[in-house]
Design a protein around this ligand. Sequence first.
Ligand code: ACO
Length: 332
Amino acid sequence: MKQTGDEMQDVGIIGLGCYLPPEKITNSDLEKLVDTSDQWIITRTGIRERRKASQEVASSDLGVEASKVAIKDAGLNPEDIDLIITATITPDMAFPATACIIQDKIGARNAAAFDINAACTGFVFAINVAQLFVSTGTYNNVLVVGAEKLTSIVDWTDRSTCVLFGDGAGACIVGKSKDRRIISSFMGADGSGGHLLNLPAGGSRLPATEETVKKRLHFLKMEGNEVFKVAVRIMAEAASNAIKKIGLECNDIDLLIPHQANIRILMAVAKRLGLSEDRIFMNIEKYGNMSAASTAVALVEASQENRVKKGGNVVLVAFGGGLTYGATVIKW
Ligand code: ACO
């Protein structure tokens, strides 16, 4: 339902849900595929296992399951959703948007729908956009989904990337609320770093040909070392910018929920922000990096585990392909 209100509304997270496909790929499974070891993966990344959706399952299917839980958690029906924003770099297909596919599958017939492509930062960007739509009174209930089937774009012969990524989805409903209130946001991009993390073929620059397939250009490519350095600096800056915008200090962060890229990145970001380990949410061990779904699932699990007391300051922070980076502060 659309509104034309001219007062700024309090906006919060009114429902949460996630879905992880049941199949697990352990580090020892990967030892059989590429020249790697359980010990290397754990010490260099912090990952023990990740999830893999079955062949017939696409990102929208993962997103649908997470969305149903979030809608129910908010006490709403699919018809109550005014807008769906899906953050993904593994859309079901180039078009239509995965958000439109989700809209149809859940029966949200009153909702507009579009996708955001900001890689791992996608969920944070999508929440920030949703917050604006609700605060201006344009929409009441926005469904924000982070859904990824990264195992479909991972090169299973490349040990430097295939050990990192997994599949999953998380969703939240952004609506009018004084609880879990979104009180600050920050977003940024640096397109000059786009080459550090990309999927070269299949777009208008390099349409699919036999040649591109032979060269394995339809798989994710990453300069891990370079991304690592940028990630530490940029995530700390994004979190710090978002919290300082509202007159708080990094020490006021009760729980940092970062994009789950690498445990060493998370520890380095915590150190830069002066936060002890107990104030950093981590589930990378179980799921690896799920791009836009990572912060989404982490937000859901942090809530389920009661990691924050009412009134606490939660900061979602992410960086990813683009390069993109951003943060959202939620007063719990
Ligand atoms: N198993 C064993 N050895 C490996 C593996 C592996 N899986 N992968 C790389 N190595 C080797 C390398 O070949 C290299 O060997 P060499 O010294 O003989 O050349 C050695 O390990 C060290 O390689 P580095 O790349 O320097 O390893 P590093 O410690 O940097 O870890 C990693 C690599 C895990 C990729 C790290 O750089 C990283 O996490 N980068 C950030 C990735 C990231 O955050 N991406 C997020 C964005 S994702 C998105 O937006 C979709």
